[in-house]
Design a protein around this ligand. Structure first.
Ligand code: GLU
Length: 465
């Protein structure tokens, strides 16, 4: 074990998105690589927007991607007492104060400041108030010095500085008594012993404020690594307009988790010109040094390409297990058909997603094959009767269907009919699969087996008119 402690801290206000999943993955990989600890913390202090449904959706997605945590999930909603105590500590030490300004007053001040060409920041009205009226209040963190500079070295972005004159007195507790993100994230990251915070660079402006809070609370400051955001092809921030952004939508579209993991990691990290990485490769090779400084562009075609790669090279047994759900959704009764693993093997080369594979597998399960109209018109014609009869007679002789026997059988059919293989295969394909595109004829025959194959040929012959 190393001392490295990292965390992923999603807010449960929706599903797990591509960007969040990548942040989780980077944390996970670094923890695994350095034998550190990976903590999952659910940031549900925004009670109005957090839902159990979102928590479940996030946990499902993490599970699907294989990003199991070492500690957690912890819930911030279980920790309100701790936050209250820490707010009180800052109040007692004079590092925070109660602010009684109403929203209307603040809005008016902001407007006036902007009109005067200044920054719309809090003017410090309540900073030195000594009375404590019986009015609603927020708690603000007193900026330690108005003219200082806070600097940190980001592990990805390098040196980042902010002048305190850019900042104002941050609200750390709302009028309803709930603490705010910037405050609780500091308390938790410190209390949970985080040594490195890896998160999206949408939080980079929060970091100097958080550093000031660490210092005020007497906590050690962790290191930070801010990961650049993900853009759509139009270079705008990735959103629904660019297609599915929720990780589990991809599961439903028939993507494999290893393809998603491989895709996500390459969105912002590289290792020479390698493209294919298993989780164990990544655990070995991942470093923050090779995370790029600029935004990654989401490319659905590349994700699809990776998915096709993992389907092609995947373990058929496992793929069969994953495919079941997709077949069942299509109303297919799996036990009524041929061996599912053999079905998968015949389709691995041809399907880019499990949805495509399920579509491609449907013909194997048809009790009454539906013929594609065009294919039927072209290939199930009266003049094919002799060909079909020859196929039927020869296949009926086979003890079993394997590559060698089928080759001999079709050599015999070619001899009897005087036709080339292609002339025999295409009508047969329509008879066996209903269409003109399918795995190879031998594969189809082997997967269907003798009984089903002969029945399908017979039925096709009945269609010949
Ligand atoms: N809950 C925050 C978010 O979802 C986490 C930010 C952080 O990692 O500090 O954006």
């Amino acid at each position: 074990m190393s001392d490295l402690r990292v965390r992923f801290a999603p807010s449960p206000t929706g599903t797990l998105h591509i960007g969040g999943a990548r942040t989780a993955l980077f944390n996970y990989l670094l923890a695994r690589k350095e034998q550190g600890t990976y903590v999952l913390r659910i940031e549900d202090t925004d009670v109005a927007r957090s839902t159990q449904e979102s928590v479940d959706a996030i946990l499902d997605a993490m599970h699907w991607l294989g990003l199991s945590c070492d500690e957690g999930p912890f819930y911030q909603s279980d920790r309100f007492d701790l936050y209250k105590q820490k707010v009180q500590q800052l109040l007692d030490e004079g590092k925070a104060y109660k602010c009684y300004c109403t929203q209307e007053e603040l809005d008016a001040k902001r407007e006036a400041a902007m009109k005067a060409g200044g920054k719309p920041k809090y003017d410090g009205t309540c900073r030195n108030r000594t009375d404590s009226p019986d009015l609603p209040y927020v708690v603000r963190f007193r900026l330690p010095s108005d003219d200082g500079v806070t600097t940190f070295i980001d592990r990805i972005k390098g040196k980042i500085s902010i002048r305190h004159e850019e900042l104002d007195d941050l609200i750390i507790q709302r009028t309803d008594g709930t603490p705010t993100y910037n405050f609780v994230v500091v308390v938790d990251d410190a209390e949970m012993g985080m040594t490195l915070v890896i998160r999206g660079d949408d939080h980079i402006n929060n970091t100097p404020r958080q550093i000031l809070l660490y210092e005020a609370l007497g906590y050690p400051v962790p290191e930070f690594a801010h990961v650049p955001m993900i853009l759509g092809a139009d270079k705008k921030r990735l959103s629904k307009r660019h297609g599915a952004t929720s990780v589990m939508d991809y599961q439903k579209m028939g993507y494999l988790p290893e393809a998603m993991v491989n895709y996500l990691v390459r969105l912002g990290w590289s290792c020479g010109d390698e493209e294919i990485f298993s989780m164990s490769d990544l655990i070995e090779k991942f470093t923050l040094e090779n995370v790029g400084k600029s935004a990654g562009v989401f490319n659905p075609d590349k994700l699809l390409w990776l998915n096709a790669h993992y389907i092609k090279s995947g373990n058929p047994q496992r793929l069969a297990g994953l495919l079941e759900e997709f077949l069942t959704q299509k109303g297919i009764d799996i036990p009524s058909g041929p061996d599912l693993v053999e079905v998968v093997k015949s389709l691995q080369e041809r399907a880019s997603t499990l949805v495509e594979m399920a579509d491609g597998a449907a013909f194997y399960y048809a009790a009454e094959l539906e013929y594609d109209e065009k294919a039927k018109g072209k290939f199930l014609t009266t003049d094919q009767r002799a060909t079909f009869q020859a196929i039927l007679d020869n296949l009926a002789q086979c003890q079993q269907f394997n590559e060698e026997i089928l080759e001999k059988t079709f050599a015999a059919v070619m001899e009897v009919t005087g036709l080339k293989f292609g002339k025999i295969a295409q009508p047969l394909r329509v008879a066996l699969t209903g269409g003109t595109a399918s795995p190879s004829i031998y594969q189809v025959l082997q997967v269907l087996g003798k009984e089903r194959s002969l029945a399908r040929i017979q039925r096709a012959m009945e269609q010949l008119g």
